[in-house]
Design a protein around this ligand. Structure first.
Ligand code: URA
Ligand code: CA
Length: 441
């Protein structure tokens, strides 16, 4: 088989065969196809797309490019959740302990921050001592023992995705539906969960900005999962503004602790509960949404969810005292409020810009080798729909120095649109996508 002919075929808009896709993925994994040819093919796929069969074959080839985890020694139905990426999107730290507290095994493989979006692994590593690296046997043993483990992507899991993602990031080919769907689902299939709940974000801070595209992405991923014999459901949730109010690694851990302690309610808790509801149903631990929700509420109110987070932190080498005393988390050098100039109502937030602001302040990486500062970020004091007065604090900024404070103040004002006429709060969940169809909400 010849890679130039495969590139040529996709360039002209033809569908590739399963053999051609397998050849491409083998070459991406073992390095036998050079990056410039892989990049050319990725761009041809970005421009001309892939049909259902091609996308499915691509996902399977990528999933099988490395180890396929077998979680069958774990009792119960191992369930996973995955977000397509957002800002202030800290649901895993809330919902994973709540679901595990219900006895459902949560074997979670999470990612690091990417572009403007945060990652669960970076957040967890802000807890002093917490380690997200462990061997597969220890990972499975921990899930059997305490029903929960959260680790980073290992090098042996979907290595083709690792190679292709690096290239996509630097060749402007991230925003391709078949490439996103196969990237996410290859990792989910390889990591072994029987039931998968996807949180597909939509809006200004999401990988797909329009609702139509987000629903289409959800449908493609759900179909791939169903074809592979997994039980998959997707919620399409809002990312037109950050989900939680805290943005930045240690700040987001603190917010998750506050939610599990019952001190904070609102959209972050609500979306976490919606995801948890689907996870319990998918795992067979509840027959309907009402029962699932009641069980999760019990875990929250009784403190069993928080206790499970403590167990997770202890098991992975972290200091569980952060749960009782969040001030043990890394603290920023400088903390200052940012004030609004205009009065009115908050209409829009350029959520990606807010994510890039946190990244620039040190909460994310602009190069692979950058070291994250876990303490930095900001806490938004208002949401879309709120009435605000000139001089109100829009956010509290946590920074490494005065220069970053000044920059953050400017960016916050630029990213948030205030107009004189009233605005409505946003809807949180837009649709549920199952293998049988779309349920608009
Ligand atoms: N997250 C992934 O893992 N892959 C993508 O392509 C996009 C988001
Ligand atoms: Ca993420």
């Amino acid at each position: 088989m010849n890679i130039i002919q495969i590139i040529e075929k996709k360039k002209l808009g033809y569908a590739l065969t399963q053999q051609e896709i397998q050849f491409f993925i083998k070459g991406a994994t073992d390095g036998s196809i050079p990056d410039y040819q892989l990049a050319a093919l990725l761009m041809a796929i970005r421009i001309n797309g892939m049909d259902r069969d091609e996308t499915g074959w691509l996902t399977l080839a990528m999933a099988h490019s490395g180890d396929m985890l077998d979680l069958s020694v774990i009792d119960g139905v191992p369930v996973d959740k995955h977000s397509t990426g957002g800002v202030g999107d800290t649901t895993t730290l809330i919902v994973a302990p709540l679901v595990a507290a219900c006895g459902v095994p949560v074997a979670k493989m999470s990612g690091r921050g990417l572009g403007h979006t945060g990652g669960t692994i970076d957040k967890l590593e802000s807890i002093p001592g917490f380690s997200t690296e462990m061997g597969m046997e220890d990972f499975i043993a921990q899930v059997r023992r305490i029903r929960i483990a959260v680790i980073g992507q290992t090098k042996d899991l979907a290595p083709a995705d690792k190679a292709l993602y690096l290239l996509r990031d630097i060749t402007s080919t991230v925003d391709s539906l078949p490439l996103i769907a196969s990237s996410i689902m290859s990792k989910k299939l390889a990591s072994g969960a029987r039931a998968i709940v996807l949180d597909v974000k939509t809006g200004a801070g999401a990988i797909m900005r329009t609702l139509d595209k987000s629903i289409e992405l959800a449908q493609v991923m759900v179909r791939i999962g169903a074809d592979a014999g997994r039980d998959v459901i997707a919620l399409v949730t809002d990312m037109d503004e950050p989900l939680g109010s805290h943005i930045g690694n240690a700040l987001e851990v603190k917010e998750a602790i506050d939610v599990l302690a019952g001190r904070v309610q609102g959209p972050l808790l609500d979306v976490s509960m919606e995801l948890g509801t689907q996870m319990l149903i998918a795992a067979g631990a509840a027959d309907n949404a009402l029962k699932a929700r009641q069980t999760l509420d019990t875990m929250l109110v009784s403190g069993q969810g928080m206790e499970k987070l403590r167990e997770l932190i202890s098991a992975q080498g972290g200091d569980p005292e952060v749960c009782a005393q969040p001030s043990l988390l890394p603290q920023a050098k400088v903390v200052c409020d940012a004030h609004l100039k205009d009065a009115g109502y908050i209409h829009r937030m350029d959520t990606a810009r807010l994510g890039y602001l946190a990244q620039r302040m040190g909460a994310g990486r602009t190069k692979k080798t950058d070291v994250i500062d876990p303490s930095v970020g900001f806490v938004l004091r208002h949401r879309i729909g709120d009435a605000v007065a000139a001089g109100d604090a829009i956010a509290t900024v946590y920074a490494r120095g005065e220069e970053d404070i000044a920059f953050a103040r400017e960016e916050l004002l630029q990213a948030i649109t205030i107009l004189p006429e009233p605005a409505r709060p946003l809807k949180l969940v837009h649709a549920i996508v199952t293998p049988d169809g779309i349920i608009p909400l």
